[in-house]
Design a protein around this ligand. Structure first.
Ligand code: ADP
Length: 194
């Protein structure tokens, strides 16, 4: 299986690139942000609780997102692989993911990290807020809080995957096609060794 963690701060382009990667490699896209927004749209209890945190730009509790990923892995036992988008976001989530995958006799193949500077990120997110209507993209304070949460809790995962020799950085500035090309060549070089 090809199991990719697509990594990067909010606005790095994970969603856009995931769409292209799942098509090319026939993978299942697991975005915890999308799963949470779908819970909100269905007005479930989980969704209503998550919304309070998401609207402030804070992370939702680990056990909530881990539970969602666990059930998606159980529902998709026979697939070429997964793209994890927006997950894991904390060390506890990364450890839980390794455990869940090993219970299914598989593992993370690589972490591909899209690197984009803070100024460009804020610009992109405010622009996306106008089109997507996402509440957490429309206010600069919420955006800054999301970037802060990322820097405090998520960025350290670079070390977690580096220790497993799975971390690969990609320049996230450029055209969608250029970045997609860079991701695919990285996957091709990793694929030769796994
Ligand atoms: P972005 O990467 O642009 O911030 P996401 O859709 O991935 O967008 O996430 C939106 C919000 O959903 C986050 O700010 C957070 O509140 C919540 N969220 C998504 N994934 C997770 C996760 N793995 N752990 C905790 N909270 C999450």
């Amino acid at each position: 299986m090809l199991n990719i963690v697509l990594f990067g701060p909010p606005g790095a382009g994970k969603g856009t690139q995931s769409e292209k990667l799942i098509e090319k490699y026939q993978l299942i896209h697991l975005s915890t942000g999308d799963l949470l927004r779908s819970e909100i749209a269905q007005q479930t209890e989980l969704g209503m609780k998550a919304k309070l945190l998401m609207d402030k730009g804070e992370l939702v509790p680990d056990e909530v997102v881990i539970g969602m990923i666990r059930s998606k892995l159980d529902q998709n036992k026979s697939t070429n692989g997964f793209i994890f988008d927006g997950f894991p976001r904390t060390a506890a989530q990364a450890e839980a993911l390794d455990k869940l995958l090993s219970e299914n006799n598989t593992a993370i193949s690589c972490m591909l990290a899209l690197e984009v500077d803070n100024e460009e990120l804020t610009k992109r997110l405010l622009l996306r807020g106008k089109d997507s209507g996402r509440a957490d993209d429309q206010n600069e304070d919420i955006i800054r809080n999301r970037i802060k949460e990322y820097n405090n809790k998520t960025a350290p995962l670079k070390d977690y995957y580096t220790a497993q020799r799975k971390f690969h950085a990609i320049n996230g500035i450029g055209s969608v096609e250029e970045i997609f090309g860079a991701l695919c060549s990285e996957i091709a070089s990793i694929h030769q060794v796994i």
